[in-house]
Ligand binder design. Structure first.
Ligand code: ADP
Length: 475
């Protein structure tokens, strides 16, 4: 790792500073030397003119190569040319104690800095060979004296080469660590940038989806409102005429307006029964419309659960006439109070009891009430046709009936259970079912018990009770 060449950018950057600097210094030094020697001496010192002329050309060519991305070639040209210049000067001017061999040291340092950490050692080797050759040729026979003369510059140059090599490798190591770090930072920045782009994309998509959702929600709300308004209007429009039909049928059947034959009376009773049923269906539709519109109101007050249960049982009693079914009460000795809308709670219980009667041909229907410390359990159990567990949740969805068998084809809207569950939940309770086909069904309500708030001592704060349901108040 230590002997790898410098990164191309680093080598190019350093070359762009060092090559012009050395070129300029060499040019100036050679020119001055040439001029001085020309003035002082009538010898023709052409070597300085040559160096002064060639140095800028070499510098320019080397810089061009570096600029075109061929820095190895450019630097080699530069160092090679300077080796040649120095050798030429040495050849022309060497004499004992001449400082020229020391100038190779500059080249050694430069080579280590811009080419390769080891390049300094190579240049030192070359320069040593060149120096010894030039001195040997010029001053043959080659004597020990020259070797002794050359020892200091060669040693200094070698130390420079070694020092440059060591510091260059260390520098290279540091530079590479920094560039590694730099690369990592860049990669991380790119990743962050990509992530940012992705997040922006996703945000835009999310925004578009939100807009779609808003539009869809708006459409759904509009459609629901339309349906609700339609159901409310239709129910209201139908209620008045059906009420008239039921009442007039009842009055005529009484024989108040003239005699009726038994056959006519039977027809009139059927009209009346059907009318009541229709009114029940209309009421369910109206309730459901109000629930969906969020306009379903409850009038909660502490209520006697016993009374509600008895009233609900009374209501379904009439349905049992034609069936061999017994209605059993499993009631506690002490009844809790619940905070409820009496009419609506009775309605929920009648729905459950009515279904029990509707889907039971014979057997028993139990109404079971079991108070617990904080809540009371109200169960309607029958021995009827039962419900497949797969349908236990479906039956609580509006307009959903399970009509796979003839036994189930009873008159109904599929609204009884959803309304009952909504009512129970609005009382902060739950309504669940346990059943299997052919094994009867058990519908269980849990309702929170109302404990009177205790104010100054043990007196219940009855003054704070909410108003009862308007219909009950009227009754
Ligand atoms: P419906 O008006 O059809 O009775 P409900 O919402 O009251 O509507 O009931 C939904 C469906 O649940 C019914 O169609 C029936 O199939 C089933 N169901 C409800 N109660 C009972 C029960 N006690 N025994 C058997 N099936 C029942």
């Amino acid at each position: 790792m230590l002997n790898r060449p410098y990164s191309r950018e680093l080598s190019a950057d350093t070359s762009r500073i060092i090559i012009p600097t050395i070129t300029f210094l060499t040019f100036m030094a050679s020119l001055l030397q040439a001029i001085v020697e020309f003035r002082d001496d009538d010898h023709a010192n052409w070597q300085h003119w040559v160096v002064a002329l060639l140095a800028p050309l070499v510098g320019y060519a080397a810089l061009r190569l570096v600029a075109r991305g061929k820095q190895t070639r450019g630097i080699n040209l530069f160092i090679g040319a300077y080796l040649a210049f120095l050798t030429l000067l040495l050849f022309m001017e060497w004499e004992p104690n001449n400082p020229l061999p020391y100038l190779y040291g500059v080249l050694i340092i430069v080579a280590s800095m811009i080419q390769h950490p080891q390049a300094g050692l190579v240049v030192w080797g070359l320069s040593t060979v060149l120096i010894l050759t030039v001195v040997g040729i010029n001053f043959s026979p080659f004597s020990l004296l020259f070797v002794v003369q050359l020892m200091p510059p060669l040693t200094v140059n070698f130390l420079l080469a070694l020092f440059s090599y060591l510091s260059a490798t260390e520098w290279q190591f540091a530079v590479e660590s920094v560039s590694d770090l730099h690369r990592k930072v860049q990669r991380r920045r790119d990743e962050l940038f990509e992530m940012q782009e992705e997040i922006r994309d996703k945000n835009e998509r999310l925004h578009a989806t939100n807009l779609d959702l808003d539009a869809a929600r708006q459409t759904a709300v509009t459609e629901r409102d339309l349906r609700t308004r339609f159901m409310t209007n239709v129910s209201h429009e139908l209620r008045t005429p059906i009420n008239s039909i039921v009442n007039f049928a009842h009055i005529i059947a009484q024989g108040v307006r003239g005699p009726v034959t038994p056959e006519q009376a039977d027809y009139l009773h059927r009209i009346e029964r059907s009318g009541w049923h229709l009114l029940g269906v209309l009421n369910d539709l109206l309730d459901m419309a109000q629930i969906e519109a969020g306009e379903f109101k409850l009038y909660l007050a502490p209520t006697d659960l016993h009374g509600i249960c008895e009233e609900a049982l009374d209501s379904v009693q009439g349905l049992l006439l034609e069936k061999p079914i017994t209605l059993e009460r499993d009631f506690p000795r002490v009844w809790p109070l619940i905070r409820a809308d009496r009419t609506r709670m009775r309605q929920a219980l009648i729905n459950l009891l009515g279904n029990a009667v509707k889907y039971t041909e014979e057997g028993t229907i139990w109404l079971r009430v079991q108070p617990q410390p904080d809540w009371v359990l109200v169960q309607v159990q029958d021995t009827g046709i039962g419900i497949d567990p797969a349908h236990h949740e479906v039956i609580f969805q509006e307009f959903r009936q399970i009509d796979e068998s003839v036994a189930r084809r009873r008159i109904g809207t599929g609204l009884g259970l959803p309304i009952a569950r909504h009512l129970v939940e609005r009382h902060e309770g739950t309504l669940t079912v346990e059943s299997a086909v052919g094994e009867g069904s058990t519908f269980t309500m849990t309702l929170p018990i109302w404990h009177p708030p205790v104010s100054n001592g043990s007196q219940p704060a009855t003054a704070a009770l909410p108003a009862p349901h308007p219909e009950d108040a009227a009754a």
